[in-house]
Design a protein. Structure first.
Ligand code: PEP
Ligand code: MN
Length: 368
């Protein structure tokens, strides 16, 4: 499947001349001082192109700081005038869109909670009809690629061609070191269905603690993401929201300097030749894997027929346990991760069960 998005390349609407693209700024605009001073420090690093700050904050519980509101837009305007940085903020209602546009905010983003709600996304999309402003769509809170895609489509259909996605991780039941599980697969799947859509990584909301940010940011570079949105506060220890994940502008500059930037392509012909040869090998092995899986399924069909004729159940638990144990040991000896091997076997086994089920429950052909 390929998505049918009518979009412009990132380089045509956000040519920063900086590598990578970095959007940075406080989680929330708190005071005029804090916004303007943070902006100056960020601009002085020479690494940042866009200043972010939340003006309206979606909070899980009422009574927490819900954003400074419209007055903060004036602070963004001042920060832009004084530093030359572009500005970006989150919009969650039609009124937010109108106010942000009236105040000259350069880039709007749709937050993770909004993306999860098609009514909200549609309200934002309707407010954007006929407006030429870049919009970035965060992934929904829950790991649902269709919701993310749906939100991008709604905004795009409103005529927004300067469109990008933000990967900020997903809520998960299991608690891990991350505040929001990266689930890189989902970002890769989005890239696969919409290769021209820029994806910007938000390591701050994935990590939840600043110490983890460099690792996630490097992984995003390695997966060829187009840039970052990172929370930066002049004094994170006193931040009104997301204090643990914010970094000072100086720490942010260090973080960017320490990334190993890699390119998706190379101009070196020797490298390209070597890569092409290795890819050929991979192609041949992939073909063999598929052929072998197909051979395996043919035998599974025979077993299915045999079990059917002898009235034996499809699943024999002992046999399955034996397969998992033996194959995992073998795979481990070949340096494959056990977790991976088990997942692979489960996938193959699931399909084998489906096939056998089909055979065992097939209606006998009726003679004419
Ligand atoms: C934010 O960027 O400050 C924010 C609220 O993020 P998210 O929508 O990803 O939770
Ligand atoms: Mn935040």
């Amino acid at each position: 499947m390929k998505l049918n998005l009518d979009i412009l390349p990132l380089s045509s609407w956000l040519a920063t001349g900086k590598e990578p693209l970095v959007i940075a700024g406080p989680c929330s605009a708190e005071t005029e001082e804090q916004v303007v001073a943070t902006a100056h420090l960020l601009a002085a690093t020479g690494k940042i192109s866009v200043l972010r700050a939340g003006i309206w904050k979606p909070r899980t519980r009422p009574g927490e700081f819900e954003g400074i509101g419209s007055i903060g837009l004036e602070w963004l305007k001042r920060a832009k005038e004084e530093t030359g940085l572009l500005t970006a903020t989150e919009v969650a209602t039609a009124k937010h869109v109108e106010e942000a546009l009236a105040a000259g905010v350069d880039i709007l983003w749709v937050g993770a909670r909004s993306t999860a709600n098609p009514f909200t996304v549609q309200e934002i999309a309707d407010a954007l009809q006929g407006v030429d402003v870049p919009v970035l769509v965060k992934n929904p809170v829950n790991p649902d690629l269709s919701l993310w895609i749906g939100a991008l489509e709604r905004i795009n259909r409103a005529g927004i061609k300067k469109l990008g996605a933000i990967h900020r991780g997903f809520s998960s039941y299991e608690k891990t070191a991350f505040r929001n599980e990266p689930m890189w697969d989902l970002a890769i799947q989005l890239k696969t269905v919409a290769p021209e859509l820029p994806i910007i990584n938000d390591p701050s909301h994935i990590c939840g603690t600043r110490e983890l940010i460099p690792y996630v940011a490097q992984k995003a570079v390695d997966l060829d993401m187009q840039g970052f949105i990172i929370e930066s506060h002049i004094d994170p220890s006193v931040a009104w929201t997301d204090a643990k994940q914010q970094v000072t502008p100086a720490a942010l500059a260090d973080l960017i300097n320490n990334l190993s930037l890699r390119k998706a392509e190379s101009n070196d012909p020797v490298f390209e030749d070597k890569l092409a040869a290795l890819r050929k090998e991979i192609d041949a092995i992939d073909d063999q894997i598929i052929k072998k899986v197909a051979d395996r399924m043919k035998i599974v069909e025979k077993i299915g027929e045999y079990k059917r004729d002898n009235k034996v159940t499809i699943l024999q638990v002992n046999r399955w346990e034996e397969i998992i144990e033996k194959r995992s040991k073998f795979a481990k000896a070949l340096n494959l991760e056990e977790d991976f091997t088990v997942k692979l076997l489960e996938l193959i086994h699931g399909e084998s069960i489906r096939k056998q089920n089909q055979i065992m429950n097939a209606k006998p052909a009726v003679e004419a």
